[in-house]
Design a protein around this ligand. Structure first.
Ligand code: ADP
Ligand code: MG
Length: 154
């Protein structure tokens, strides 16, 4: 599935749409070059869950937690990860459970230390705007994709 977003607001809106159709505990991998819109989409996702505060990429801290009432969301940015062993030191496994939603920028940096994602979102430059290529990789991911499709119909 490919979704075109013409500007920042459209990327945020798409992130919000994913959030409203995603069950808790979903794991999303976000790939694409620097500046593609991974953090923008994550901000939209959090807005979709009602979070109105600031969202910036946790480039130095690697992970930023958001407590949204009953929902818990972890936003990872592994761009600066040099040694995948660092993930073990931070107790990476504890972040993944049935109720914590995880959005992960630069998952490739983790070199196989992450659980498999439910959804892969690849953001590509496109003139104008961006293209988001979404792939469902588990039954949960396919379920989210189905619901996204349903939302797209008028
Ligand atoms: P990343 O996290 O992938 O490095 P960011 O989300 O931090 O990227 O930055 C993306 C930049 O691109 C922001 O300046 C944002 O305003 C812009 N942007 C996001 N989506 C679009 C779009 N669909 N079209 C044009 N610009 C966009
Ligand atoms: Mg980012």
């Amino acid at each position: 599935m490919i979704v075109k977003t013409r500007n920042e607001a459209a990327t945020e809106d798409f992130g919000a749409r994913i959030a409203v159709v995603s069950p808790p505990g979903v794991i999303l991998f976000l790939t694409g070059e620097l500046g593609a819109g991974k953090t923008t989409l994550t901000r939209g996702f959090l807005r979709g869950l009602g979070y109105l505060g600031p969202v910036k990429s946790p480039t130095y801290t690697l992970v930023e937690p958001y407590e949204l009432g009953v929902a818990r969301v972890y936003h990872f940015d592994l761009y600066r990860l040099t040694d995948p062993e660092e993930l073990e030191f931070m107790g990476i496994r504890d972040y993944f459970d049935d109720v914590s939603t995880c959005l992960i920028e630069w998952p490739d940096r983790a070199a196989g230390q992450l659980p498999p994602p439910d959804l892969r979102l690849e953001i590509l430059y496109s003139d104008p705007g961006r293209r988001v290529v979404i792939t469902g990789a588990t039954p949960t991911g396919h379920y989210v994709m189905e619901r996204l499709g349903a939302h797209q119909r008028p």
